[in-house]
Design a protein around this ligand. Structure first.
Ligand SMILES: Cc1ncc(COP(=O)(O)O)c(C=O)c1O
Length: 375
């Protein structure tokens, strides 16, 4: 769906495009801070560990470091990036349940000693390369209806979690907690509710076994709005999650989360220009200077759908938008209601800060979009 913009933001976008060129991703610092603040306000008891994979731009990391956030890193490269941005290793969790042995050793050398796991094999690796680490068991939970499914590949059966934690203890590791991920862009609150119940049972049982778990990690998945006519799905969901946390977990449990999309998604806008135009089968096709191999890669990897907006006014007709590469996969929208666009016109997408530039390639020699920070 395409909408025209207000004159103010139209002028601002055109100015940014003129100054920096296109394709351009403009990340708003105040937008990042607003999302972090919304998270804190809605989930008072939950400490956010920003999931760096969503967008690892150094200025995003620095903004969150300055705001006192913690970090979820999925690799040594991400750990180095957050430490370079000024974070302390004690504020990081290595939240990838399957890690190369060298990465485990290196993370430990960097001072990151809190890690997730979901199998005995991983415990062997951690005990060998990072003895004494604090470990969090990730359980498989329902991901029903979430846009990105994350429990197919990861998570032990909840019934096996306690046995794994006991094994960790026997191996000299510190059983620290239980984690889950309900799937990314999760709008089905039942996923969280069921996962919280499962985690509560594991924490209760760990106390019975004299191995009290200190941490509940509720993962990521917090949803954002992509289209102007949708209701924002976060606040209602967060209120219910907060209530359930209070009902199920006493104050001895430290609750953390790994939000990625929610903290960066709404803070960025992608600005593109029309670089080519054709009429095919009686329909206008507009070719843009970035596509699914670039900052719109979320359409493939993140299963994302975006709202394309234009600055030009005029009578609308059904049109197609395509990216700049030679691949027919690189068609970004086929049913857009657009005025007739001209070469050089601006097309833009808001709410595109997560899983966009993070998964961009240089296919066809098209360089990734430039990223700038704006106030
Ligand atoms: C382990 C883990 N934590 C956190 C996240 C971030 O999820 P989201 O961006 O949905 O908040 C992901 C996403 O893939 C993940 O795999």
């Amino acid at each position: 769906m395409v909408k025209r913009v207000s004159d103010n933001s139209e002028r601002r976008l055109k100015g940014l495009a003129r100054r920096h060129g296109t394709p351009l991703v403009a990340i708003s610092r105040s937008g990042l801070m607003r999302q972090l603040e919304r998270f804190h306000q809605a989930l008072l008891r939950v400490e956010p560990f920003y999931a760096v994979k969503a967008n690892a731009h150094p200025d995003v990391l620095k903004t969150f470091v300055a705001a006192g956030a913690c970090f979820d890193v999925a690799s040594v490269a991400e750990a180095r990036a957050v430490l370079a941005a000024g974070a302390k290793p004690a504020r990081c969790i290595f939240a990838n349940t399957i890690k190369p042995v060298a990465a485990i050793a290196e993370a430990r050398k960097l001072g990151v000693d809190l890690m997730t796991f979901d199998s005995e094999y991983e415990l062997d690796k951690i005990a060998d390369r990072a003895p004494g680490s604090r470990v969090i068991v990730r359980i498989k939970v329902p991901n029903v209806g979430s846009i990105v499914e994350l429990s197919l590949k990861f998570g032990t059966e909840p019934a096996d979690a306690l046995a794994l934690l006991i094994k960790a203890h026997k191996m000299g590791l510190v059983p620290a907690g239980v984690s889950f991920h309900v799937g990314s862009q999760c709008t089905r609150i039942e996923n969280y509710l069921q996962a919280l119940e499962m985690a509560a049972i594991i924490i209760r049982d760990s106390r019975l076994k004299q191995l009290p778990l200190e941490i509940l990690d509720i993962g990521g998945g917090f949803p954002i709005r992509h289209f102007d006519d949708e209701e924002d799905p976060f606040d209602g969901a967060a209120q219910t999650i907060a209530q359930e946390i209070d009902r199920l977990f006493d104050a001895n449990v430290r609750v953390i989360a790994e939000p990625g999309r929610f903290l960066v998604g709404p803070a960025a806008t992608l600005i593109l220009r029309v670089i080519g135009k054709a009429i095919r089968e009686n329909k206008h096709w507009y070719y843009l200077d970035d596509g699914v191999y670039g900052a719109l890669s979320g359409q493939i990897f993140d299963h994302a759908k975006y709202q394309f907006k234009v600055t030009r006014k005029g009578r609308r007709q059904l049109s197609t938008l395509a990216g700049p590469t030679c691949d027919s996969l690189d068609i970004v929208a086929t049913g857009e209601d657009l005025p007739e666009l001209e070469l050089g016109d601006i097309v833009y997408v808001e709410n595109i800060g997560a899983y966009s530039v993070a998964t961009a390639t240089c296919f066809n020699g098209v360089p990734p979009a430039k990223v700038v920070m704006v106030p």
